[in-house]
Design a protein around this ligand. Structure first.
Ligand code: ADE
Length: 256
């Protein structure tokens, strides 16, 4: 999969490509990620990428020409992308399904904004998707681009060594992940749940499914409303609701 990120801070992108899952995926050829310096697509001596907003007001706006030239150049050099993404707080909220959808495209371009934003003609005529990674404002699209890259890369076949590990990820089945433990079985008197030491795979699997449901019920009840539960999970859910009512509590939070 090709992933092209256009930015005025290419080193910010390159530094984060040096380690971890994305670095390995690049080395193995499964991911072809490139950071493009927006200034290389300017035509003036000073490589100006921004200008003051029409109508006045604070800050600077990224000019349309270098961004459009960058997209055109990438299209010629690397083929037509399946999506041109604008990371922006005004975008659709990024989520698991969106990461899976993008991972099925063979080529994605991300245009990182800075300053007050990007000239809106780029959004209107060039971008195919506007994506927000959360309801807060970052100082630029670079961190959002890296978040999107990481989440998408995990669904590119072969990128995560053990495919079962992606299948078990939070959100794959609409629920949060169950807790994980490793050795030692007891540490400072804090014990690992007995069932995990039993060697009984069926019981472990049942425990994990029930714990995934419990964690989601307690921390993200909104996800329960949308999850597709089987008969056993619906029964567990009724038990959890009954337990909560018996304890006379609302939704609990871990560190409250
Ligand atoms: N750029 C600035 N803030 C952002 C956000 N929350 N999501 C995506 N891109 C952004």
């Amino acid at each position: 999969m090709k992933f092209d990120i256009v930015t005025i801070f290419p080193r910010m992108i390159e530094a984060s490509l040096e380690d971890g899952v994305v670095a390995r995926a690049r080395a193995s050829g499964r991911l072809d990620v490139r950071a493009w310096d927006l200034r290389e697509f300017t035509t003036d001596r000073h490589k100006v990428v921004d200008d003051s907003p029409f109508g006045g007001g604070p800050g600077m706006v990224l000019k349309p020409e270098p961004l459009v030239r960058a997209v055109e150049h990438i299209g010629e050099a690397r083929g037509r992308p399946g999506a041109v993404i604008l990371p922006t707080p005004q975008g659709r909220r990024f989520c698991h399904d969106e990461a899976v959808r993008l991972s099925r495209l063979s080529h994605v371009v991300v245009l990182c904004g800075r300053y007050e934003g990007i000239d809106d003609r780029v959004r209107a005529h060039v971008a195919t998707d506007e994506i927000s990674i959360g309801d807060y404002v970052l100082s630029g699209g670079e961190l959002a681009a890296l978040v999107i890259l990481d989440a998408v890369a995990r669904f590119v076949p072969g990128v995560v060594g053990d495919d079962a590990s992606v299948e078990g990820d939070s959100f794959v089945r609409g629920l949060l992940d169950h807790p994980h433990y490793t050795r030692p079985a007891e540490f400072r008197g804090w014990c690992v749940p007995e069932v995990l030491l039993s060697g009984h795979h069926g019981a472990v699997e049942t425990w994990r499914r029930r714990e995934a449901l419990r964690v989601t019920f307690e921390r993200r009840p909104d996800l329960i409303d949308r999850a597709v539960l089987d008969a056993e999970q619906r029964r567990w859910l009724e038990e959890l609701i009954a337990e909560r009512e018996k304890a006379g509590k609302g939704v609990e939070h871990d560190r409250d």
